[in-house]
Design a protein around this ligand. Structure first.
Ligand code: ZN
Ligand code: ZN
Length: 392
């Protein structure tokens, strides 16, 4: 039954995906994208609410005809990136923005699942909620939707990410993790204050460039000497700004970067230690530091039991050899984490790489591309997992 159902929606899925690919929009500002999605929902006769926590968020619902039961939420993010597309595809974006992370596919695949489930809703008990989410790339979509109640009454949640996020997956593989899968998405910033002077008279200064340089090097010792080597963590300095002339020692420099970890204890530890190390080093050289750490999306941590069940569903439709367990988490982040903090669920990587000029490019690259031949696996996986969940 699943095969027939999947086949019956794939033509639409590809059509929807190609259209969405040509109208990428950014962050939480998705007027054209959300209008296109609601247009399809209207055509399918599926009810939805718009503006759940965010103006362009859409929550659609299908109630089973066989009475009450469990409720499963399925999520697709819908936003693109400020990248100029250079894939050369027929349906490439020309508006200066790009679906360079595959969220166009997530939206189209989920619409396909809506269409398929709607056609068999008389045979379902329980409810399926579809979360069409803006703002994933700016980590500002899931949290407001959760706060607005999109998971009220929901018993489980599931999401997919296409592309080539983990090198562990072969094309067409569904990659699972029964625990930590992705890292938190934190940001830190600091201003290192010294005293400026003429570049030829350094003894008149307290040089913040030198302090900042020691800080950059020392931050890596937090990772290599203070974390348990088996517990992953990242501190990256992405910005180091300061100075205005070759012969002037500036009064201050500015640094900012990201920090990643896959559990809350390590995350708290890194946040505290970046500040302590920077303040101590600046202090040693008679300077000071203003430091600020922003906790972004938490780590993506899947529920073990829920994940094992979805893996069982995946084996039914994809085959034993296409269903794999990740060996190690990836240090990228995902705001899907906010849903997983509320209800048990799982996030799945579906490997769908497409080479452009014989090379597979990474996510967020101007030549990132997806192989549409694997989209049916996404639809099948969502469908089988939903039927199994509602029947449990
Ligand atoms: Zn992305
Ligand atoms: Zn993404």
């Amino acid at each position: 039954m699943i095969n027939e159902l999947v086949k019956s929606v794939m033509e639409d899925v590809i059509k929807w995906r190609r259209h969405l690919h040509q109208i990428p929009e950014l962050g939480n500002d998705l007027p054209e994208t959300s209008a296109y999605v609601t247009e399809q929902l209207d055509e399918l006769g599926v009810s939805y609410v718009k503006g759940v926590g965010i103006e362009h968020a859409i929550v659609a619902t299908i109630e089973g005809g066989k009475g009450p039961g469990r409720t499963l939420a399925l999520r697709a993010d819908m936003d693109g990136l400020p990248v100029v597309e250079k894939t050369g595809l027929d349906f490439a974006s020309t508006n200066g923005k790009m679906h360079a992370c595959g969220h166009d596919a997530h939206t189209a695949v989920l619409l396909g699942v809506v269409k398929a489930l709607n056609s068999i809703k008389d045979q379902l008990a329980g409810k399926v909620v579809f979360l069409f989410q803006p703002g994933e790339e700016i980590s500002a979509g899931a949290e407001p939707m959760v706060k607005a109640g999109c998971l009220d009454g929901v018993d489980g949640v599931m999401g997919i990410h296409v592309g080539n996020i983990s090198a562990e997956a072969e094309p067409g593989d569904a990659l699972f993790s029964t625990g930590a899968m992705m890292a938190c998405l934190d940001k830190w910033e600091m201003t290192v204050h010294g005293v400026g002077s003429h570049g030829a008279y350094p003894h008149g200064s307290r040089d913040p460039v030198v302090m900042g340089s020691h800080i950059v090097a020392a931050l890596q010792e937090i990772i290599s000497r203070e974390l348990n080597p088996t517990d992953p963590g990242v501190i990256t300095v992405g910005v180091f700004n300061g100075g205005s002339a070759y012969n002037v020692i500036p009064g201050s420099v500015y640094l900012e970067g990201t920090a990643r970890a896959v559990n809350h204890e390590t995350r708290e530890f890194i946040a505290k230690r970046i500040g302590e190390v920077a303040e101590s080093i600046a202090g040693a050289f008679r300077g000071s530091v203003d430091y600020n750490y922003t906790f972004g999306a938490p780590p993506v941590v899947n529920d073990e039991k829920f994940t094992l069940n979805v893996m069982e569903s995946a084996r039914k439709v994809l085959g034993e050899d296409k269903v794999k367990l990740m060996k190690a988490p990836v240090m990228g982040g995902e705001d899907f984490a906010y849903y997983l903090e509320e209800v048990p669920g799982t996030f799945v990587f579906l490997s769908t790489p497409l080479a452009i000029d014989r090379e597979v490019f990474p996510h967020h690259n101007s030549r990132f591309a997806l192989d549409e031949a694997y989209f049916d696996s996404g639809v099948a996986l969502f469908l089988q997992a939903t039927l199994d969940f509602l029947n449990q």
